[in-house]
Write a protein that binds this ligand. Structure first.
Ligand SMILES: *[C@@H]1O[C@H](CO)[C@@H](O)[C@H](O)[C@H]1NC(C)=O
Ligand SMILES: *[C@@H]1O[C@H](CO)[C@@H](O)[C@H](O)[C@H]1NC(C)=O
Ligand SMILES: CC(=O)N[C@H]1CO[C@H](CO)[C@@H](O)[C@@H]1O
Length: 510
């Protein structure tokens, strides 16, 4: 009888997607363990009655996408979140992470059924439904060696250009799996770290002041096109490209990350004379071109300088920003993103890289605080016109690698290959509270809320569902009233130290 009861409880937990196999490493939170027999999932929201709304909660105490249901009622209370579906802001492009060599190496270290569970955790209908991912053009600091696709002597015609072993073993197979799992809805954008040494002024992958030789401006774009051609041959096409990862690294005397340095003036010239016209006249003419791909602290200045030339402005679609202002949070408020939006309202702003563990302990298993840092940053970005948020390495090992320059950091999924397990960190759930419920083409809507202890952001989805994501970093549970002028009022309890997604269909839903 007892066994039957437990079984029943287990079954209902599974149906609700509450099947986290919890483990506490003593770091202020828990991970969910996935092994060859088990991995927690989160189903898509089901059809609802017009008056119903769903509340998904993950919290420090161990809930993961815990589902509760409540109803709108026709009267109002105080302390409320008021939805204003008529006031609309930016349209969402997507959510995701990066297919680095390190991610692929860690996926490959698992047996095949566990590899599938891992990719499903990010991409399937029962996972986070990632929609927009980054693919490095060649190696990054999260590779096991420094390389480009055309190493050796100068080769201006790129006759020796060739994808690396890493592409064939660690990127292409998993990108194809992800495309399959999303029924090809997954969009990809590419970012290059370093050019071949012979294209660079310093003849190195990561030297101080290393930039592109002027006579290589076109060759570097031809190299991008060869990369797109090579991936196309493998059945993989790209939605976008950035001007290159973190051009400002080249001004740091201690930098060890392979890169190409760009000041805004030269970047503008290169986009105007080479990257822009070549892409627009290629087989990839619709590809989105993003500038910067670097720290928020360079805004609004850097974008102002690059885009002040109208020809450059015509070629560019968006501005890509990284999250490492979180290391100096006071100095670079998210409002610089809004200034950039005001200066160039037709350009989208996309957050293209983020991770915890820089300059601190690399991997902290179960850290709820690191999850909160993700959702806090996402909400602040969204409140300042950002259209999507892309994580860094999707998967790392227990040491936060591999990385050939020992630049170890944290990731939302950590693999323990010897145990045949992987661990879903709180960061995975914090990002998932957005990616799972806010598909591309959702639009930000206004939400007004007086309670300073909660951060809130609201969306209208293309299917006319309304989604609210609410972060409570306080140690107290906060009851709130969700007020929709067309629906009524629903009471929702926002648990202590939690991230909550509220989901319901608006009156326009058919
Ligand atoms: C990883 O797996 C090994 C082998 O089972 C085990 O000894 C070790 O404790 C695991 N590490 C963590 C952090 O769980
Ligand atoms: C969403 O609302 C719009 C406007 O009322 C309507 O035209 C559209 O058919 C609705 N879509 C769905 C999926 O209900
Ligand atoms: C959004 C947010 O972080 N709100 C609050 C969460 O709780 C802490 C501790 O009480 C507050 O300092 C934050 O302002």
């Amino acid at each position: 009888m007892l066994a039957k009861l437990i079984l029943l409880q287990l079954m209902s937990a599974f149906a609700l997607g509450q099947d986290c196999l919890s483990r506490d490493y003593g770091n202020g939170g828990t991970v969910c363990v996935c092994n060859s027999n088990h991995c927690d999932t989160v189903p898509k929201p089901k059809k609802l009655e017009p008056s119903e709304l769903l509340i998904y909660t993950s919290n420090k105490a161990g809930l993961r996408f815990n589902l509760e249901k409540t109803n709108f009622k026709p009267c109002a209370f105080s302390d409320r979140i008021v939805i204003d579906p008529k006031t609309k802001y930016q349209t969402i492009l997507g959510w995701g992470g990066a297919f680095t060599d390190a991610a692929g190496i860690n996926i490959a270290s698992l047996e095949e059924s566990l590899q599938t569970k891992l990719l499903e955790s990010y991409f399937s209908e029962n996972g986070l439904e990632y929609s927009l991912c980054r693919v490095p053009i060649g190696g990054t600091d999260f590779s096991v060696r420094a390389y480009s696709y055309d190493d050796g002597k100068e080769d201006k015609d790129l006759t020796n250009f060739k994808l690396a072993e890493e592409d064939h073993k660690y990127k292409i197979p998993y990108i194809k799996k992800a495309l399959e799992l999303t029924e090809n809805r997954l969009k990809l954008f590419a970012s290059a770290w370093t050019a071949p040494k012979w294209m660079k002024t310093d003849g190195q992958y990561a030297g101080l002041g290393g930039s592109l030789k002027k006579e290589m401006y076109q060759t570097w774009v031809d190299y991008f096109i060869k990369f797109f051609d090579s991936y196309k041959e493998q059945g993989i096409s790209f939605w976008g490209v950035t001007t290159g990862n973190e051009p400002s690294l080249a001004i740091s005397p201690t930098n060890r990350i392979n890169n190409v340095g760009w000041g805004p003036k030269n970047m503008g010239t290169w986009v105007r004379d080479n990257l822009g016209p070549t892409i627009r006249n290629s087989a990839y003419s619709d590809m989105k071109i993003m500038i910067l791909d670097d720290q928020r602290s360079l805004l609004p200045w850097y974008a102002d300088e690059v885009l002040k030339d109208n020809t450059v402005r015509k070629y560019v679609d968006g501005v890509a920003v990284h999250w490492y202002h979180n290391i100096w949070p006071l100095f670079w408020p998210a409002s610089v993103l809004t200034f950039t939006h005001w200066h160039f309202p037709e350009k989208f702003i996309l957050a293209t890289e983020a991770c915890n563990g820089v300059g601190e302990e690399s991997v902290v298993l179960g850290s709820w605080e690191r999850g909160e840092k993700y959702s806090y940053d996402i909400i602040k970005d969204l409140q300042n016109w950002v259209t999507g948020w892309i994580d860094w390495n999707m998967v790392l090992d227990l040491s936060g690698g591999p990385t050939y320059i020992s630049n170890n950091v944290d990731a939302p999924i950590i693999v323990n290959a010897s145990a045949g397990e992987f661990y879903k960190q709180p960061m995975y759930y914090h990002l998932g509270h957005f990616s799972k419920f806010v598909p591309p083409n959702s639009v930000l809507i206004k939400t007004s809320f007086a309670n300073k202890d909660l951060l809130t952001v609201g969306f209208q989805r293309p299917d006319n569902a309304t989604v609210l994501v609410i972060l409570n970093k306080t140690g107290k549970t906060i009851p709130v009233n969700v007020v929709d002028p067309n629906k009524g009022v629903a009471q929702v309890e926002i648990k202590a130290r939690s991230i909550v997604t509220v989901f319901y269909y608006s009156q326009n839903y058919k």
